[in-house]
Design a protein around this ligand. Sequence first.
Ligand code: ACO
Length: 435
Amino acid sequence: MVSPAPSGEEGSLEIRDSRTGRTYTVPIKDGTIRALDLRAIKTDDDDFGLMTYDPAFMNTASCRSGITYIDGDKGILRYRGYPIEQLAESATFLEVAYLLRNGELPNRAEYDKWVHDITFHTYVHENIRKFLEGFRYDAHPMSMLCSSVAALSSFYPTARDIFNPAERQISVIRLLAKVPTLAAFSYRHVKGLPSVYPDNELSYTENMLSMVARMTEPKYHANPVMARALEVLFILHADHEQNCSTSAVRGVGSSHVDPFSAVAAGIAALFGPLHGGANEQVLHMITEIGDKKNIPAFIESVKGGKGSRLMGFGHRVYKSYDPRAKIVKKLAYDVFEITGTDKDLDIALELERIALEDDYFVSRKLYPNVDFYTGLIYRAMGFPTEYFTVLFAIARTAGWLAQWEEGLVDKEQKIWRPRQIYTGPDERQYKSRLV
Ligand code: ACO
């Protein structure tokens, strides 16, 4: 049962099924085989066909994507072909958001319109602000952001018309514009401060800082180093191909729900401590260590599997230094020049030095990831620990939206529905145990 590889394929994979003695030829394209091709491999006509088992999707491509390229071994990250280092050095966040969605950098007219549209959709309906007031004083701002973004879907029912490009465009603009407003309102609520409304004369990051920090001054003037630092952090966090939250957005979006609901799913996924919550965990870990002299004992407890993991270290894809971590480390020094360093930074640096020399981490290719330093920068900028992941979510909204739309218009995609290997009981008869 051998079929020749169709023309255009790179080659083929010969599979011999020892159960039947039959041989199959599966085409290889783009370094992959199609899992569905394996279904033809059966023991008899009643057999469902061979499946692949891939818990946590360690080796399964869920889509084709032209947005972000990562080479984890070489430490390469590119958005639409542009190296992250160049974008972080010279671009603005909204330029990057445009690039991610449209595939090309905007020209002056395109950029001005994009920035104008996003700037003029920053306000949210007053009922949304009242909705946020209902949260308790100690609500986690990620819970507030997640629910308020989901709630926005009820304010824009036409956003459900997802196959209408004009509706998609306005939804993308609204989400990029309003997520910082919701994030800032959540911050002010937790602090017990009145909400500061958006200032349309400011840039995206200056406006964010104004909504968070403005008190009695009629106009907020952000420190340019802080505004640029936030811009760079937003660029670094804007997309990272098929990570947990992006896969959540694509998976939920595959049901053809509106983008507000799909992005809310992404925010929920990002909240987890193994994903976006890691920068918050880095700070908790450093506080727990408390002093440089406690680092060796802490490292030993990590290695012995007794304590927590070394938060901010390791990555599913990067098996060398995370390219974003290099940029963030330099950025940290720019910010600390203004704010000054402290004991926690000293602990972080020493922790990094010891871990990078320790065979446990070296042999497992565990290097600092982007979150190792972002938490320290955000704290130096005055943001509370609980707020770090919210800042990540603002930036990642750009990537989620680009990935959501790419998945939606991809003719090969359908509603996501993985298979399972059933391990439960065989059929049995109901007999009540309520006696
Ligand atoms: N500290 C100590 N040991 C670790 C760490 C760590 N941070 N990360 C991985 N390991 C060890 C594991 O115990 C395992 O060791 P073993 O082979 O002896 O069992 C080995 O390294 C491989 O680990 P996995 O869990 O299989 O790696 P995986 O790719 O599934 O995990 C993850 C990636 C979740 C990021 C992991 O490295 C981790 O938990 N890091 C800490 C949390 C963190 O910083 N997350 C942020 C990721 S970046 C982001 O989401 C923006």
